[in-house]
Write a protein that binds this ligand. Structure first.
Ligand code: SF4
Length: 209
């Protein structure tokens, strides 16, 4: 375990070189498509469509951008540590996902308090995680689409690094991500004053039979 924590701590050094370099390469790769994407995003926001519909279109745009960056990311099929952590979304997005998967999302009450980082770990899988795969992949939330690690492997996504964060240990090393930029701003604009909550509050896991 000590060796693993040393590796996590040491990752700060390699990431300080890697992340700016990878971010620049992703931006260069995406540059020819950027203006078109921004124009499409503007059209989504200006469209006379429902908020749910707009959220679904913004989700699709996030996926498109992240797919362009996938070659530089550590994320791989079957790697599901991040699916045990907090997965926040707005009520509108939960309603949109519920509509598409045939489930009614819970309407969050005014006294709902989102769970804290400390509440998550190996025993808190997302209710849609089935055999280490997302069972609603086509309809997964914005945050899941956006969550792309720019590291070289899943070391920082593991529960050991999460435990360091919970303990306030300075050896904790944050997972490096791309800045969602205008996509997140658009998501927030469409969500408006919605309540936001963890996916487990909107779609509670089924009680054991
Ligand atoms: S919705 Fe899918 S991708 Fe997102 S946390 Fe749940 S299982 Fe993982």
């Amino acid at each position: 375990m000590d060796d693993l924590i040393e590796l996590i701590d040491a990752r700060k050094t390699s990431l300080s070189e890697r992340v700016p370099d990878v971010t620049r390469r992703i931006q260069e790769d995406f540059a020819p498509r950027e203006a078109a994407l921004v124009a499409r995003l503007d059209r989504v926001l200006a469209d006379n469509a429902s908020r749910r519909n707009k959220i679904v279109k913004i989700q699709a745009l996030v996926s498109e951008v992240r797919e362009a960056a996938a070659a530089h990311a550590a994320c791989r099929q079957g790697c599901s540590a991040c699916c045990h952590q907090r997965v926040m979304m707005s009520q509108t997005e939960a309603d949109a996902i519920g509509h598409r998967i045939g489930r009614t999302a819970v309407q969050l009450r005014s006294d709902y308090v989102p769970p804290a980082l400390h509440d998550f770990g190996p025993a808190t899988p997302c209710p849609f995680l089935v055999q280490d795969a997302c069972s609603i992949y086509e309809h997964r939330p914005f945050v899941c689409r956006n969550y792309l690690s720019l590291d070289t492997d899943a070391l920082l996504c593991g529960f050991e690094n999460l435990a360091l964060a919970k303990a306030g240990d300075p050896r904790h090393t944050p997972v490096p991500h791309l800045d969602p930029g205008p996509l997140l701003a658009a998501y927030r604009q469409v969500s408006g004053k919605d309540r936001t909550g963890d996916i487990r509050a909107f779609f509670p896991p089924a009680a054991p039979a």
